[in-house]
Ligand binder design. Structure first.
Ligand SMILES: [Zn+2]
Length: 89
């Protein structure tokens, strides 16, 4: 099984398949989706400390139960997009 967000190995490239990934925080483990350690950490970090554009996007995703939007928000956090003071396109 690969990461539901980035499609990378779970839990990480070095220990692939050795233990399960964390369940996504989206809707308390939506569809049983497992994440790699990078996305799992990013999800938590973006939620707690992410810039407000990303956080707003995450709140919106939950409100509309939109997995794709949640995934985009987490990937944006990982890729360093939407830093504070940048506009959401
Ligand atoms: Zn991932």
């Amino acid at each position: 099984m690969s990461c539901a967000i980035c499609e990378g190995p779970i839990p990480n490239a070095l220990e692939e398949g050795e233990y399960p990934g964390a369940l996504t925080k989206f809707l308390n483990g939506y569809n049983g989706y497992e994440l790699c350690s990078i996305c799992g950490d990013a999800e938590g970090m973006a939620w707690k400390f992410g810039n407000r554009n990303i956080k707003w996007h995450m709140i919106w995703s939950i409100e509309y139960q939109d997995w794709q939007a949640w995934k985009d928000a987490v990937l944006s956090h990982i890729n360093g997009k939407w830093f504070a003071n940048t506009k959401v396109e």
